[in-house]
Design a protein around this ligand. Structure first.
Ligand SMILES: [Zn+2]
Length: 270
């Protein structure tokens, strides 16, 4: 869950160039280029919000062709591999410390006309990309994934972790932080349908286990809650710098732990 800058690509221009491509896939979709250009405009107007841009089944017959252009892009679309490998830090989609693939914000299975639209392609990790599958909208109005290019509220801290006893095997729950209204709806849906599917619960549990099993290494000075909190804050800041986001999984773990005195007292007593 990380806000990143959208790529600066002249999508409409590249789309127009496709009509001159000798590639069979480009020839097969050539007659729909003006329609797709209008769909790009519609997407840009609403920042890809699935509640404001309906699926269009008329592109279904071209789904394979459009997907092939994404998977095997002609030189006109050479920005695609660059976009896949051009980012470091935490995954913008889920917040795990990994990258390497591109996620279609509006899935290409439902919105194939956006298969190679740059602002629909988000650098992401393989885990959340695969597990989210084609889930792009909830059952209640406003429920959707966070859009890393357009949801500016993700520049701030929007993810924390709730720690609940018993402390030998605590319940760790990723939770929205400091968001309300429409933003809260988005973040909660995103946690439930993207982060949890990507395995955030197991990841947090492992972090707790590593900390407890080697607490003397990670928190050598446990003379007071003040010293423990200062150390944990340093870990959080380190992860913030490495992940380039306050909403990476590790960052959220340290943040949630640092505001739970009962959990800290348990660590102090070990
Ligand atoms: Zn991810």
């Amino acid at each position: 869950m990380r806000k990143i800058d959208p790529p600066i690509i002249q999508d409409q221009l590249l789309l127009g160039f496709l009509q001159y491509s000798s590639k069979a896939d480009a020839k097969a979709m050539k007659h729909r280029i003006p329609d797709i250009a209008l769909r790009y405009d519609a997407y840009a107007l609403c920042n890809g919000d699935p509640w404001n841009i309906a699926e269009d089944a008329s592109y279904t017959p071209l789904k394979v062709v459009l997907n092939d252009l994404y998977k095997h892009p002609p030189s006109i679309l050479s920005f695609i591999p660059s976009l896949r490998s051009g980012l470091d830090g935490a995954c913008p989609v889920c917040g795990r410390d990994a990258l390497g693939t591109l996620d279609h914000y509006l899935p290409k299975a439902n919105y194939s006309e956006f298969s190679f639209y740059s602002i629909n392609l988000i650098p992401a990790c393989d885990r959340c990309n695969n597990k989210r599958s084609n889930s792009f909208k909830g059952g209640n109005v406003g429920e959707r994934p966070m859009h890393p290019y357009f949801d500016y509220f993700a520049n701030g801290k929007i993810l924390s972790v709730r720690f609940e006893p018993d402390w030998t095997a605590p319940r760790l729950t990723p939770i929205p932080y400091n968001v309300t209204g429409k933003e809260l709806t988005v973040v909660q849906w995103h946690i439930d349908n993207v982060l949890r599917r990507a395995g955030v619960d197991e990841y947090l549990t492992t972090m707790w286990g590593v900390l407890v099993n080697d607490v003397r290494t990670f928190l050598p000075d446990r003379s007071s809650l003040v010293t423990i909190k200062a150390e944990i804050h340093r870990y959080e800041m380190y992860e913030f710098k490495c992940g380039k986001s306050a909403n990476g999984w590790r960052c959220a773990f340290w943040h949630g732990l640092n505001i739970n005195d009962d959990a800290l007292l348990f660590l102090q007593a070990l």
